[in-house]
Design a protein around this ligand. Structure first.
Ligand SMILES: NC(=O)c1ccc[n+]([C@@H]2O[C@H](COP(=O)([O-])OP(=O)(O)OC[C@H]3O[C@@H](n4cnc5c(N)ncnc54)[C@H](O)[C@@H]3O)[C@@H](O)[C@H]2O)c1
Length: 404
């Protein structure tokens, strides 16, 4: 099921198929960024003594099922896990200490009632997220889904079903957008919410990830020649996960590639681009420039900047925030809270376990709103799909639909 040709050519030392790659997450961009940032205190404050019964699906090339600290968080009991590949399923079970395994996520969801499952974490291939999320919500489960919420224009018709399943169930749906809990995004969000940045004027987000001559392998080749803006969440998050506003219109430029997988006849998306730069209008009257750049080697990163009417946050500067009211800003907590003892923050800016912690707080605390909820997940993902459609029309301005 994995694309062996892609393994051989990948510039990320993925030298063999299957489990070797699942063991080799150290070489994939983002996994080495496991510094959570300076914390607001050294003491973890427990928020509940209850354990949520969780099922985990997917231990692919990024080992995402086991990388989000469910196995070490004090408010979780990992009841079950699954991967279609039996060897990966076993590996996942060992890594997360799951009590039982299922041959598929669908099977795990069908048995949710008998296992008294309350929540699932879906870390399967991008193309399967939305269908599995709908099924889990329809079975009364809370859902945390890896990014993106859905994959490409062919899945847009599933969006109303996801929205209605979430509304009917009353359960939490959240997307694990790692940008949301990077230290700099947390700081931007807190400064924005406190009013210290003022109104949003302009923001930028960039996802640079050159993945070798032939790219990173993936289940059923979902990554093969993927349109960059079908994977827009790490850049778009620098607006949507700061303001919780949405993109209303988009014009996007696509950059052609000489790499074989980005020739339209060589990929399932008929996609000719390996980099796409989108200009958005935002619901607050501002604008954002969001780039997904997979065609330029030598520099990797997920970074962003935010400019408002009262201040700016530019993460690469020594003092990233500058504003009109520095005294008020000094009183804003811009730091992440500590995690429970022995819970590693994880990769992508020390964001993994914070997403898990946010999900658990959403389930266990009456008044806690998760950061990347259904609305923000869809606003962050669907806008990218329209960006790619715009690029395919030579940059034509398109309206981005409001999903929730
Ligand atoms: N920074 C980030 O947020 C970030 C980084 C890396 C990966 N991801 C996301 O994490 C997810 C996993 O990435 P990956 O590279 O490991 O994917 P992958 O394609 O390598 O693996 C997907 C795995 O899911 C399993 N699977 C598919 N359908 C299933 C089903 N119905 N039931 C059980 N198992 C099923 C497959 O057997 C496979 O092992 C992707 O959605 C990706 O977009 C996010």
């Amino acid at each position: 099921m994995y694309n062996r040709r892609a393994f051989v050519g990948a510039g990320i030392s993925l030298f063999a198929a299957g489990l070797h790659a699942a063991n080799d997450k150290k070489t994939i961009q983002g996994f080495d960024e496991n510094f959570a940032g300076k914390l607001s205190s050294t003491k973890w404050e427990p928020f509940s003594d209850r354990k949520v019964r969780v099922g985990i699906a997917g231990e692919g090339v990024c080992s995402f099922g086991s990388s989000f600290a469910y196995q070490s968080h004090p408010n979780v009991e990992v009841v079950a896990c699954t991967d279609l590949d039996p060897a990966r399923c076993k590996l996942l079970q060992q890594r997360v200490n799951a009590q039982k395994t299922y041959p598929s996520c669908e099977d795990m969801i069908k048995h949710a009632a008998e296992d008294k499952l309350e929540a699932v974490y879906i870390a399967t291939d991008a193309a399967s997220h939305i269908k599995l999320a709908i099924m889990a919500l329809e079975h009364g489960l809370h859902v945390a889904s890896a990014v993106p919420a859905l994959l490409g224009k062919d899945q847009l018709d599933l969006v109303p079903r996801l929205v209605s399943a979430a509304k009917k169930s009353g359960k939490i749906y959240m997307m694990n957008e790692t940008t949301a809990f990077r230290p700099e995004c947390v700081a931007m969000r807190n400064l924005y919410e406190s009013g210290c940045l003022g109104e949003h004027l302009y923001s930028e987000g960039e996802y640079f990830h050159f993945s070798g001559k032939e790219g990173i392998p993936s289940y059923n080749n979902w990554r093969l020649g993927l349109p960059p803006q079908y994977y827009p969440t790490h850049s778009n998050g620098f607006y949507t996960c700061v303001t919780h506003g949405r993109f209303t219109d988009v014009s996007c430029i696509g950059l052609k590639s000489s790499r074989p997988q980005y020739q339209p006849e060589n990929n399932p998306y008929a996609n000719p681009y390996d980099s796409e730069v989108a200009l958005f209008k935002t619901s607050d009257g501002g604008t954002s420039r969001m780039a997904v750049m997979w065609g330029t080697p030598g520099y990797g990163g997920e970074i962003g900047r935010f400019h408002g009417t009262k201040g700016s946050y530019v993460e690469t500067r020594k003092d990233p925030f500058w504003g009109l009211d520095m005294e008020a800003a000094a009183k804003v907590n811009v730091l992440k809270h500590p995690l429970p003892p022995n819970v590693p923050a994880g990769g992508h800016g020390g964001s993994h376990a914070y997403l898990t912690d946010d999900f658990l707080r959403g389930i266990l605390l009456k008044d806690h709103k998760v950061c990347v909820d259904l609305k923000t997940a869809l606003d962050t993902t669907v806008s990218g799909i329209y960006a790619h459609l715009s690029a395919m029309k030579g940059g034509e301005w398109l309206k981005v639909p409001e999903c929730v």
